[in-house]
Ligand binder design. Structure first.
Ligand SMILES: Cc1cc2nc3c(=O)[nH]c(=O)nc-3n(C[C@H](O)[C@H](O)[C@H](O)COP(=O)(O)OP(=O)(O)OC[C@H]3O[C@@H](n4cnc5c(N)ncnc54)[C@H](O)[C@@H]3O)c2cc1C
Length: 320
């Protein structure tokens, strides 16, 4: 039985987190002695499809029906469950996202599978099928056993890494059509402006109330541009309209998972940290040694941001 991986698109490009899901699926496949089948729904660049074998896919099923260009959960589930009926699988893997998590949950209900979301470990198959998952916004972990024959697992961003493989994937175009649902229709979409999406960014430079006012954001922008980073901010900053709301990071804003998160003049309140704890490295710049953010930082710079940040920009430019 293959290990299915749901490969999510952002328009016609594959999301970075889907590569993590494929690598995770490949690890399971190597344990159970099977192959990874990636599933792509909707329009996608040909080169992106062909590149999937590099991350561990043995076969890619592409369903290009134009209805699937719209990220509609029920349409997606109808196609995925049909695929799983045609060629049953024990494991179905997704990478956590606003779309993939409800797809995982609904698919599990439809196929009678056990489901675990926010998963951070490869299954321990010695005693049943146990995985670790993050709970309490990443502050604790629990181990759960998936007891059904079929298992749907949604992995947490940045928890499992990306590995490269040398495989020549077979690419199969499927003419499967989703069931039609008429109760919800996307009639338009306004994309957030900005070159780099926070949810996909590898580096994020984020500012808080310690920046004192919107007039001081020039150095946050310059640091972000120098690093090729996306810009974020704390909630009070967007509440005060110093920055647009789509930059608000945290429990009630966007949850991010970059390789590097640089927090400048942000205290590190629990609600902010909840949204950034999946970052690989956190660098904190703050003039208060008691700022809670230092407790979760990988690197800390204690001092005045107005002195540190310009010097940091200068050093990075010199280094470049
Ligand atoms: C239900 C709920 C949900 C929430 N959701 C979110 C959320 O999603 N995201 C979020 O961010 N917040 C959220 N909050 C708000 C959160 O509790 C904090 O109030 C907020 O994160 C604080 O923002 P801040 O760190 O920018 O400001 P402050 O708490 O005012 O901290 C400013 C920091 O800047 C430092 N500083 C000051 N001057 C300088 C300087 N010159 N150089 C360097 N450092 C300096 C200070 O030492 C301080 O640590 C939520 C709150 C609630 C109740």
């Amino acid at each position: 039985m293959p290990v299915y991986v749901f490969i999510e698109r952002d328009e016609t490009k594959i999301r970075k987190t889907s590569y993590e899901a494929i690598s995770y699926g490949a690890e399971i496949a190597s344990i159970v002695g099977n192959q990874v089948v990636g599933v792509v729904l909707g329009s996608i660049d040909k080169a992106e499809l062909e590149g999937l074998s590099k991350f561990g896919c043995h076969k890619v099923i592409h369903c290009p029906d134009p209805v699937l260009d719209q990220p509609m959960i029920r349409s997606y589930v109808s196609v995925l469950s049909e695929l799983m009926e045609a060629e049953p699988a024990e494991f179905f893997i997704t990478a956590q996202s606003a779309l993939a998590d409800p797809v995982a949950a609904m698919l599990a209900v439809r196929t009678g599978a056990s489901v675990a979301t926010n998963v951070t470990s490869v299954p321990d198959l010695e005693n049943g099928c146990r995985v670790q998952r993050g709970i309490y916004t990443g502050k604790a972990f629990e181990t759960v056993e998936l007891k059904s024959e079929k298992k749907v697992i949604s992995i947490r961003k940045n928890a499992c890494g990306i590995k490269e493989y040398e495989i020549n994937a077979e690419i199969v175009t499927s003419d499967l059509k989703p069931e039609e649902y008429s109760d919800v229709k996307i009639t338009g979409a306004d994309k957030v402006k900005g070159d780099i999406l926070l949810s996909e960014a590898k580096i994020i430079v984020s500012g808080g109330r310690g920046m004192k006012g919107p007039e001081n954001w020039g150095m946050i922008e310059e640091l972000a541009d120098t690093l090729g980073a996306a810009k974020g901010c704390s909630k009070p900053v967007s509440d005060a309209n110093w920055r647009p709301h789509h930059e608000h990071v945290g429990q009630t804003g966007i949850k991010v998972s970059p390789d590097l998160y640089i927090a400048i003049g942000i205290s590190g309140a629990i609600q902010h940290v909840a949204g950034v704890s999946a970052s690989k490295f956190i660098v904190v710049i703050n003039n208060d040694p008691e700022a809670p953010f230092f407790k979760v930082a990988d690197y800390g710079m204690l001092g005045d941001a107005f002195q540190i940040v310009p010097r940091l920009i200068e050093s990075i430019k010199k280094y470049k």
